[in-house]
Design a protein around this ligand. Structure first.
Ligand SMILES: [Zn+2]
Length: 440
């Protein structure tokens, strides 16, 4: 009897551990921004829980096929009472797309657009009508919502009075507030902030619909499907990934950056090329989730770039730029940082910037010009709430630096140095974490 129980326990542990291995492998392989196909859960199937083994107990629990009562918010989801939903889904924030007639052969794909906090959901092979906004349902913090979210009523911004106009203290900017009578008020917990749908009639008579959903935050998405609905479960990145980095290629799109070297060598292109080389290196390693503000030639706003880093609570926020100056003799690498983070105990902006300089110095081919505190007039640095560094690789206005910057070999070395800097940064964080533990 005892032997039996032990064997059963062993079998459970083996089963759980192998599931974890598969899950970890799955998570690591998932490429950034890639489309994720929906999976149909079989009865008793569970969401691909990406949490590490510290939550082993919970995982074992959630794998048990025990029936659980559905929260009241689920009552308005078609089929939710009779379909076999993965148990954990019932405790999560979920977007539910209700299928109509003719969705038997339909397939759903999801593309993440983290910089704009959007997801693009494409459903192909529809043999009926496209989804209406009303069929976009969701459960957020235990409350049910459906349809188009209302637009908030603009709140008037108070104008400065003559009394404080001349005062030396700046007028505090109005804190946006929504009055309880605004229909938007009750919707503030809703994660969906906008729905835009487009549809295309295919040659075979089927319909392909794309829903562009604007959300309140950046999430990691897990997809499920049954005969009634598609389910998109939302998890915050920090609950999934142990290490998160945000990499920003400066400028882009209509913003070409410094044009001192002419249109042949635009700053935005050099920044992006270095970042794509860095991406290749980061893609080849395991364990660090990286969000890129852009991987193509478009212009995210400065606010969107820094918001992404703050929203995902990045361990490091790296922005890549090139410099220019009227004094053409100026050359070399500078790293801009936020000295206000100096008081932070563990990793901070200054230390991250120092590490970058250490890794690039003597390797990238550029002169080391040192650190530059720039917290007051540079949005990316000013508003970052995470260790931030803005590297100005070299001067496009300097002949020697330009000669280096237009070489693939140099860009590769810079990318390699930045890659080493990120790894080095994590090593230091781990070391200080271990030392802090020892002190306790
Ligand atoms: Zn720049």
């Amino acid at each position: 009897m005892l032997k039996d129980r032990r064997l059963r326990k062993m079998a459970w542990i083996v089963l759980v551990l192998s599931c974890l291995c598969i899950l970890l492998a799955y998570i690591r392989k998932e490429p950034e921004g890639a489309a994720v196909p929906a999976v149909t859960p079989t009865p008793g199937d569970e969401p691909k829980d990406p949490r590490p083994s510290t939550q082993l107990e919970q995982l074992i629990q959630s794998m048990m096929p025990t029936p659980v009562p559905l929260p009241a918010a689920w009552e308005q989801i078609a089929g939710a009472r009779i379909s076999v939903l993965p148990r954990r889904l019932k405790d999560m924030d979920v977007i539910v797309l209700e299928k109509g007639e003719g969705y038997g052969e339909a397939e759903l794909w999801l593309e993440e657009l983290p910089t704009t906090r959007q997801i693009s959901v494409t459903i192909s092979g529809i043999r009926g009508s496209a989804l209406s906004d009303g069929q976009v349902k969701r459960i957020a913090k235990g409350t049910y919502y459906e349809g188009t979210p209302p637009t908030p009523t603009p709140t008037p911004i108070p104008t400065p009075t003559p009394a404080n106009k001349d005062a030396s203290t700046p007028v505090p900017s109005a804190i946006p507030s929504i009055s309880p009578s605004d229909p938007y008020y009750v919707w503030q917990n809703d994660m969906v902030k906008g729905i835009v749908t487009t549809q295309v009639l295919e040659g075979d008579g089927s319909l392909t619909q794309t829903l562009l959903l604007t959300l309140d935050k950046t999430y990691v998405y897990y997809l499920y499907e049954d005969e009634f609905n598609y389910y998109i479960a939302l998890i915050r990145p920090k609950d999934v990934y142990g290490k998160i980095v945000v990499v920003d290629a400066g400028h882009g799109g209509i913003d070409e950056g410094t044009l001192v070297a002419g249109r042949e060598h635009m700053e935005k292109d050099i920044n992006l090329d270095i970042v794509l080389r860095l991406k290749e290196l980061l893609d080849a390693q395991d364990g660090i989730k990286v969000y890129y503000t852009r991987t193509t030639d478009w212009k995210p706003s400065l606010q969107q770039r820094v918001d992404l880093a703050n929203d995902v609570e990045a361990d490091f926020f790296l922005s890549v730029h090139c410099n220019s100056n009227e004094t053409r003799s100026l050359n070399g690498t500078e790293v801009l940082f936020d000295s206000r983070q100096d008081e932070w105990e563990e990793m901070n902006s200054r230390r991250f910037a120092e590490i970058i300089l250490e890794e690039l110095d003597g390797y990238s081919g550029f002169l080391n010009r040192g650190l530059v505190p720039r917290e007051h007039n540079l949005s990316i640095i000013k508003y970052a709430e995470v260790p931030v560094a803005l590297v100005e690789v070299g001067y496009l206005s300097n002949e020697t630096d330009l000669g280096l910057l237009i070489q693939n070999q140099t860009r590769q070395r810079v990318a390699q140095g930045l890659y080493q800097a990120i790894l080095h940064g994590y090593e230091e964080m781990e070391k200080s974490g271990i030392e802090a533990e020892k002190k306790e």
